[in-house]
Design a protein around this ligand. Structure first.
Ligand code: NAI
Length: 286
């Protein structure tokens, strides 16, 4: 039987989530997607109208099939957590069952189980503010959307993951080195995500035989990255300073994720894998 993957955090064909979906599909996995509720309409419409068809092409020439797209807002765990103004918001009212618990229940109902869980989402409303100027609200919102969202996803999906399953998230080196511009508590959120990767690897490993790893990815011109505002600078910096002087493609991160999710990585858990042309290893710019 082929493996089944649920990838949270795809809303277009430019980000890491899309590339991971493609690499997993190329390796024979069935693809389920969780899309942020406010982005759902445009994503599904674009998919249906063929706007992504060029980017759906797999190495064998076939098109990646997405079996089902689930609306998801990973900031809310159960319907009781959703505030009234969000419930009645126009962009949310058209969809239902999009809290983490409900999405896991729907996936269980539709498919029974999954083998691979991918967390490819982050959000920090004050990302463009220095940490020293970040509000408590902004900081906690960044942690909620970017770190706890992963704890919650695993919490609710592990019970429907087959033994030998694997989970992957995406992190950024701003967790451990100073990257001016990655503000709003996003650096803190990535530090939490990386630390949690170890604890979750222990807990999910002991209890369910599931592996938990994170990929520390180099800069990519995704929608989220463009919103931060310094992505072109980071790409240029990497081109100049990394051991490998080439632009990082999302596909390279997708392939690393497919490896981590596969039996080839059966003894790898609790790790941060750098997929960044080696930039993390540099001590000085050159
Ligand atoms: P992206 O824009 O393709 O993906 C972020 C996704 O998160 C979007 O689809 C957005 O709709 C979704 N999202 C935001 N809040 C959500 C919520 N509450 N519930 C559900 N979904 C939500 O951008 P990208 O850059 O591919 O991001 C994917 C992951 O890669 C993130 O964790 C990011 O921090 C990480 N990363 C990105 C790097 C880059 O340079 N682009 C570098 C290193 C890590």
């Amino acid at each position: 039987r082929g493996k089944r993957a649920f990838i949270a955090g795809i809303a277009d064909d430019n980000g890491y989530g899309w590339a991971i979906a493609k690499s997993l599909a190329a390796a024979g996995a069935e693809i389920l997607v969780g899309t942020w509720v406010p982005a759902l309409n445009i994503f599904e419409t674009s998919l249906r109208r063929g706007k992504f068809d060029e980017s759906r092409v797999l190495p064998d020439g076939s098109l990646m099939e997405i079996t089902k797209v689930y609306p998801l807002d990973a900031v809310y765990d159960t319907p009781e957590d959703v505030p009234e103004d969000v419930k009645t918001n126009k962009r949310y009212a058209g969809s239902s069952k999009w809290t983490v618990k409900e999405v896991a229940e729907s996936v269980k109902e539709d498919f029974g189980s999954i083998d691979i869980l991918v967390h490819s989402l982050a959000n920090g409303p004050e990302v463009s503010k220095p940490l020293l100027e970040t509000s408590r609200y902004g900081y906690l919102a960044a942690i909620s959307a970017s770190s706890y969202s992963y704890v919650s996803l695993l919490q609710h999906f592990v019970p429907i993951m087959n033994p030998g399953g694997a989970s992957i998230s995406l992190t950024y080196i701003a967790s451990e080195r100073i990257i001016p511009g990655y503000g709003g508590g996003m650096s803190s959120a990535k530090a939490a995500l990386e630390s949690d990767t170890q604890v979750l690897a222990f807990e999910a490993g002991r209890k369910h035989g599931i592996r938990v790893n994170t990929i520390s990815a180099g800069p990519l011109r995704s929608r989220a990255a463009k919103a931060i505002g310094f992505i072109d600078m980071m790409i240029d910096y990497s081109l100049e300073n990394a051991p490998l002087q080439k632009e990082l493609s999302a596909e390279e991160v997708g392939n690393a994720a497919a490896f981590l999710a596969s039996p080839l990585a059966s003894a790898i858990t609790g790790t941060v894998l750098y997929v960044d042309n080696g930039l993390n290893a540099m001590g000085v710019g050159v």
